[in-house]
Design a protein around this ligand. Structure first.
Ligand code: G6P
Length: 442
């Protein structure tokens, strides 16, 4: 690779960008990044400039020769990129707030990546990621696409099925969050904890857990039932699990499984908190305001700790470790979203799964597990069918397929409610869903 590595970050004006910059700075000796291009769209705010200037101060403080470029021109940025990371949000947080609020009216979970909200985030996002893939084919055909944009599993599925990009990896901070939560609950350093991850994005399980190579699964199951160990992400209410239930399952759920196994409690909590504090998107809008106020400060030249209040905290750990391992052919083990290739028997080979992989310069090689335990296999397959139908609906703009996707989602109680929510949400997101309204279709 040329004189240094060229990174392009789409959605570069995100408040999460300092995470990424910190990650590249930390790894510079092994991962000589020479250019970082932050790409965004102009919606009349100055987020790109504010975050870009902070990135420049961070690099300067570190004394590293990394050029930070800010642009609204995606194609200019993509030319000859080595790694393209995506962290954009179509419709911004206002769209997320609608995804969270509308389902609540129908007594259905309103969530960014699960249920009706996840469906709509996918419908808005997939056409855009596919455009990016087409640009990459032309402008940087050898680059890796490292996608963070949610719903990350569905987006990876769509890239694998509907684009010519093969070098794609979907990333999430949930596995790192689980490892950290487990380490905290057991009172050990996170570096000593290993987890056998397998499943789908936001539907990943720890099949076994080790401290220094010795299984501690029973201890972790015990800890999950203790209300003091929340073991969750900042964006998910951390109700304690029923210890007997988890014991019966014999595997470790992720935070998002609460939406499926504790639906009534989660719904009640969502209704209450959205009435008092606003939905999570609305809370995050305030957090973002505060963060951007801090970022503006010309004295600030490090990532502020307040960023840890976001659910995606430490996501750069995942992104930068992955890029480092691909670049240096490290062959270490990391949980990522990749093509199944037979690693989980009950999921189609060509579908995206989230699983521990050996990370090589040719990309992730999933570590086959055989199959998921029978207790969770059905749910995982159902979510995979939902993701596939949703991706197809996003690509075709087919109302009937979108209705099927909505109805088969396990958080949606009936076809009647599905249809009402679909119609209301299509209307609410009309501007960001041209494929459903016969407008400019690329
Ligand atoms: C979790 C998920 C991310 C998600 C984030 C939302 O960490 O893994 O996929 O984007 O939470 O956090 P927020 O602070 O935006 O609610």
């Amino acid at each position: 690779m040329k004189n240094g590595i060229k990174i392009v970050t789409i959605g570069g004006g995100s408040s999460y960008t300092p995470e990424l910059i910190e990650g590249f700075i930390k790894r510079y000796d092994e991962l000589p990044v020479s250019e970082i291009w932050l790409v965004d769209i102009n919606k009349g705010n100055q987020k790109l400039e504010i975050v870009g200037n902070l990135a420049r101060r961070m690099v300067e403080k570190a004394g590293l020769p990394i050029d930070i470029h800010l642009t609204l021109n995606r194609r200019e940025a993509l030319k000859d990129a080595d790694f393209v990371t995506t962290q954009f949000r179509v419709g911004l947080l206002d769209a997320r707030a609608k995804d969270e609020r509308i389902p609540l009216k129908y007594d259905v979970i309103g969530q960014e990546t699960n249920g009706p909200g996840g469906l709509f985030k996918g419908l808005r996002t997939i056409p855009v990621i596919l455009e990016i893939c087409r640009d990459m084919e032309e402008l940087c055909p050898d680059a890796w696409l490292v996608n963070f944009t949610n719903p990350a599993g569905m987006v990876t599925e769509a890239v694998l099925r509907y684009s010519n990009i093969k070098k794609v990896v979907g990333l999430c901070n949930v596995p790192i969050g689980m490892r950290m939560g487990i380490a905290k609950a057991l009172g050990v350093d996170p570096d000593r904890v290993q987890v056998d991850f397998a499943g789908l994005n936001h539907m990943v399980f720890g099949l076994d857990v080790y401290v220094d190579g010795k299984s501690v699964k029973d201890k972790v199951i015990n800890a999950l039932g203790n209300p003091e160990n929340e073991m969750t992400m900042k964006n998910i209410a951390g109700f304690a699990w029923d210890r007997d239930f988890i014991k019966g399952m014999g595997i470790i759920p992720c935070g998002y499984h609460r939406y499926y196994y504790k639906t009534d409690e989660m719904l009640a909590e969502e209704k209450e908190s959205s009435a008092t504090n606003g939905t999570r998107a609305e809370v995050v809008q305030q957090l973002e305001k505060d963060l951007f106020e801090l970022y503006r400060n010309p004295e600030l030249n490090v990532k502020p700790t307040q960023l840890e209040k976001r659910g995606g905290a430490y996501y750069s750990e995942a992104a930068c470790s992955l890029i480092n391992s691909i670049y240096n052919d490290k062959r270490d083990i990391q949980p990522v979203n990749t093509r199944n290739n037979g690693a989980i028997a009950s999921i189609p080979d060509e579908s995206a799964i989230e699983i521990n992989c050996v990370i090589t310069k040719e990309g992730p090689r999933p570590i086959a597990i055989g199959d998921l335990p029978v207790a969770v296999r059905g749910l995982v397959q159902q979510i995979k069918s939902f993701e596939r139908m949703a991706a197809e609906a996003a690509v075709t703009g087919d109302y009937h397929k979108a209705l099927v996707a909505m109805t088969i989602n396990p958080l949606v109680p009936s076809d009647t409610i599905a249809k009402k929510m679909l119609d209301e949400m299509l209307e609410a997101h009309k501007e960001d869903l041209p494929q459903f309204f016969n407008e400019v279709k690329s």
